[in-house]
Design a protein around this ligand. Structure first.
Ligand code: MN
Ligand code: MN
Length: 288
């Protein structure tokens, strides 16, 4: 597994030992199917780079990264321009993390990386439910003839785990066909995060849950650094609150995707993403 990874500067507070870790952070700088604005391949690097600007202690959670064993394993080395090989490598690294009974926390990269990760997580947890926080439904059957794309990722996840096990929150953009598909086959919640989470969390108690967070669920005022920015999203405070609520259920894997430093002149998106990664590590790790 380690030969598939390249470890440079790490996210703040990482221990230096894979074996001892409970949560493993993996960078997946894949950017192959991006259609609108580029830059997500630089997401993991930039999120790590700005992370020391934040504290390792979370005031909301009263926990510190030093309290939990998390390990930044570096980036998956991806042959440029390859789709299936990139997904295979991201899947292989995820499988290794899972087989070591550790929690995979993946930073994209474009949203399609989630498919490779969820495929492995669903193998380990057949009862898996998936929560997507995103401005876009990502439910196209194909995009410009391509079945594997950031715009089709949740449709492919539906093929894997069944649409009825997918909960889509914060959605405010899609084609008529996508929304009709979602209304029929998945659990679609428009615009809001907190109220739908309060509704579905009791239903998911005891079940293994995977959470995929597309940064564009947040309003471009707070997170402009993304490829397909979509107005009328949630605030930075709401997305943090959503992670804290999710800390109350059995989350078994998490990814944060679509941060594009190219459109992030003030670094506010990367800083928010770094804070979300910190809160995810602290919310989803179980060891005291
Ligand atoms: Mn999106
Ligand atoms: Mn997406």
């Amino acid at each position: 597994m380690l030969d598939l990874l390249e470890r440079g500067p790490v996210f703040m507070g990482s221990i230096d030992n894979f074996e001892r870790s409970e949560v493993v952070l993996i960078g997946a700088p894949m950017e192959v199917t991006v259609s609108f604005r580029p830059g997500t391949r630089k997401g993991p690097e930039q999120i790590r780079l700005v992370s020391p600007g934040l504290e390792e202690y979370s005031l909301d959670l009263n926990r510190d990264l030093a309290d939990c064993c998390y390990y930044d394993a570096g980036d998956v080395v991806l042959p440029p321009g390859t789709l299936q090989e990139s997904l295979r490598r991201i899947g292989a690294v995820t499988a290794k993390v899972l087989s070591s009974s550790k929690f995979p926390l993946v930073i994209g990269g474009e949203h399609l990386v989630s498919l490779a990760v969820i495929k492995e997580v669903a193998r380990v947890y057949p009862e898996l439910a998936v929560i997507q926080l995103d401005a876009h439904a990502d439910l196209r059957e194909d995009y410009l003839g391509e079945r594997y794309s950031h715009a089709t990722v949740m449709r492919r996840v539906a093929d894997l785990v069944g649409g009825e096990n997918i909960y889509q929150l914060g959605i405010r953009s899609g084609t008529r066909e996508e929304i009709e598909f979602g209304r029929k086959h998945t659990n679609l919640f428009f615009n809001e995060l907190i109220q739908p989470l309060q509704e579905i969390i009791p239903l998911l108690k005891g079940r293994p849950v995977y959470v995929t967070l597309d940064i564009d669920v947040v309003d471009p005022a707070y997170a402009p650094g993304t490829g397909a920015a979509e107005p009328c999203g949630c605030t930075s405070r709401e997305i943090i609150r959503a992670l804290h609520l999710l800390g109350g259920i059995n989350v078994v894997g998490f990814d944060l995707v679509e941060v594009s430093p190219v459109y992030d002149f003030s670094e506010r998106t990367a800083l928010l993403a770094a804070k979300l990664v910190r809160e995810a590590i602290l919310s989803f790790s179980r060891r005291p």
